[in-house]
Design a protein around this ligand. Structure first.
Ligand code: HEC
Ligand code: HEC
Ligand code: HEC
Ligand code: HEC
Ligand code: HEC
Ligand code: HEC
Ligand code: HEC
Length: 333
């Protein structure tokens, strides 16, 4: 009897936990990705400290060659590197001078160093067995068709979106939260939301506000939290997880029904990885929800309905549990 009771309780809590944990709409903002790596495990940790002494700090110390006097100077924000992000990125085992010239050991850095052409992703990852699952070659081909690759000054490259000092493939690391949607959109807004950065690559004299550009989209804040810019702006490609062909604005998705329908475009883009991986890693409860093509996006997601639905289910389960306890008690007597 005891064990039957215990197993009933177990099932009850199991279902309860399943319901609460997969309720996608009641998201508690997750804490930023914790550093998965211990910085001191990096073979380059000591060497990097030399550069990070200045680059991780808000200031650096300048010494006069004539008088020997010292003076604190502010380190410009765009030259700052954040060690916790760096050591959480994919290239955390790298030393600064694996990618940058070792001449950076001298300060002030020689002006000519700024003309160094950085390695491209494909230089290292092309034909690399260990990272074959990311399909770098296909991404490269797609990228070359994009509006960015065709910009006249030839300055655009993969690093403009993939921060060399922090990039991590969040779409793969994250679970069912909007965190990776936001971080993916941040990649675009770094330029499209900031004229200071944008003007380095464009001849345009001003940047039309992203919000204004998309004023036709109702509930814009919700959309920008729930879908990536990529969903509407890139061509679909079945072979890779994230399409890299950003098209000119006339080809962007404008049609609500492309997403708000049973056969949503999002199943082939945003939820693609989930649909492939879900059965493997998330178990049947989540997989059933994600794989369910009849679910219409935005149609039945009301926070109130979600919460009240869950409350009803919990109440029902509680009633069953209490009822069972009494029956067990009674059958004992
Ligand atoms: C004494 C402080 C100091 C140290 C140590 C230092 N840097 Fe710098 N670094 C700066 C400052 C200040 C700037 C911005 C002004 C400039 O470009 O000279 C800068 C700029 C840079 C830039 C950007 C150049 C550009 O304009 O594109 C790179 C790259 C760089 N540092 C790499 C390194 C690397 C790699 C190391 C370690 C081997 C290092 N730095 C060590 C102070 C330092
Ligand atoms: C995986 C290669 C890689 C590693 C490792 C790396 N960098 Fe960089 N870094 C780059 C690239 C590429 C750029 C140019 C980015 C661009 O053009 O937008 C860059 C730019 C910079 C800049 C200029 C910032 C800017 O926005 O122009 C500084 C400063 C810098 N790196 C310092 C460092 C320091 C310090 C380290 C070590 C802690 C380091 N880097 C490690 C690839 C790397
Ligand atoms: C200088 C060589 C070099 C360059 C340039 C480079 N990488 Fe890497 N990358 C590596 C190495 C080495 C690793 C370690 C993992 C491995 O290869 O097994 C790695 C790891 C990764 C991983 C994690 C693989 C995994 O599953 O753990 C990703 C994702 C990645 N790089 C993306 C990029 C992207 C995107 C670019 C360009 C923006 C880039 N890399 C540029 C050498 C490089
Ligand atoms: C316009 C911005 C942009 C440019 C340029 C760009 N990427 Fe990406 N890339 C993204 C975004 C956004 C993601 C999704 C981020 C995530 O994983 O959450 C991504 C993801 C990736 C991934 C991870 C894919 C996976 O299967 O998990 C790889 C690898 C990659 N990019 C390589 C490249 C290479 C190589 C280039 C240059 C040829 C490049 N990217 C240029 C925006 C860009
Ligand atoms: C490093 C800066 C930078 C980043 C990051 C960036 N872009 Fe761009 N983007 C530009 C520039 C510069 C242009 C060309 C503007 C011009 O016409 O001069 C452009 C053009 C575009 C256009 C074409 C607009 C038109 O007039 O047809 C689209 C769409 C676009 N970007 C979307 C994106 C998306 C989506 C992302 C993120 C995945 C992204 N961009 C990331 C700088 C950036
Ligand atoms: C729901 C689909 C959708 C989403 C999500 C979306 N866009 Fe757009 N975007 C469009 C359409 C459609 C246009 C063309 C609008 C027009 O021409 O009136 C456009 C236009 C643009 C343009 C060109 C504007 C111009 O006049 O120069 C840029 C740049 C752009 N979007 C960037 C972004 C960025 C960055 C994000 C993510 C924060 C994003 N978009 C998210 C559909 C979308
Ligand atoms: C790229 C795919 C995409 C496109 C295109 C798109 N939406 Fe959405 N929409 C979404 C997603 C994802 C949500 C958030 C759904 C959720 O959280 O339940 C959403 C939410 C909504 C909501 C809020 C629903 C709610 O639960 O509060 C409305 C209203 C809406 N969209 C209307 C539109 C209209 C009208 C258009 C065309 C002008 C449009 N959408 C285009 C993907 C899209």
């Amino acid at each position: 009897m005891r064990s039957k009771f215990a197993s009933l309780l177990f099932i009850f809590f199991f279902i309860l936990f399943g319901l609460v944990s997969q309720n996608g709409n009641c998201k508690t903002p997750k804490t930023p990705v914790q550093s998965a790596n211990n910085p001191e495990d990096s073979p380059s940790y000591e060497d990097n400290q030399f550069c990070l002494r200045c680059h991780a700090s808000g200031y650096f110390v300048l010494t006069s060659e004539i008088s020997g006097k010292q003076k604190k100077q502010a380190m410009p924000d765009n030259f700052r590197i954040f060690p916790e992000k760096f050591y959480n990125g994919v290239h955390w085992q790298f030393g600064c001078t694996d990618c940058h010239s070792s001449e950076y050991h001298t300060f002030p850095h020689a002006a000519e160093l700024r003309f160094d052409v950085p390695f491209a992703c494909i230089d290292c990852h092309g034909g690399d067995e260990a990272t074959a699952k990311y399909h770098f070659e296909e991404i490269q081909v797609e990228y070359e068709k994009s509006v960015h690759a065709k910009l006249p000054n030839d300055e655009f490259n993969c690093w403009k979106c993939h921060d060399p000092h922090s990039y991590a493939p969040l779409a793969r690391r994250d679970t069912l939260t909007t965190d990776f949607v936001v971080s993916s959109n941040q990649m675009c807004l770094k330029c499209h939301g900031n004229f200071d950065v944008f003007q380095l690559l464009s001849e345009k004299k001003e940047l039309t506000e992203v919000v204004k550009n998309h004023s036709w989209l109702p509930n814009q804040a919700l959309h920008f939290r729930s879908v990536r810019c990529l969903e509407c702006h890139s061509a679909q490609n079945q072979d890779i997880l994230i399409s890299h062909n950003i098209m000119p604005k006339d080809s962007a998705v404008h049609d609500c029904v492309r997403c708000h329908s049973g056969n949503s475009l999002l199943m082939g883009t945003l939820y693609k990885f989930r649909t492939v991986e879900s059965r493997k890693s998330y178990g049947f409860v989540n997989a059933a929800i994600i794989d369910n093509n009849s679910y219409v996006i935005g149609a039945n997601h009301s926070r109130f309905m979600n919460i009240s639905g869950i409350i009803i289910i919990i109440m029902t389960l509680l009633a069953i549990a209490i009822h069972t306890i009494f029956r067990i008690r009674k059958s004992k007597n």
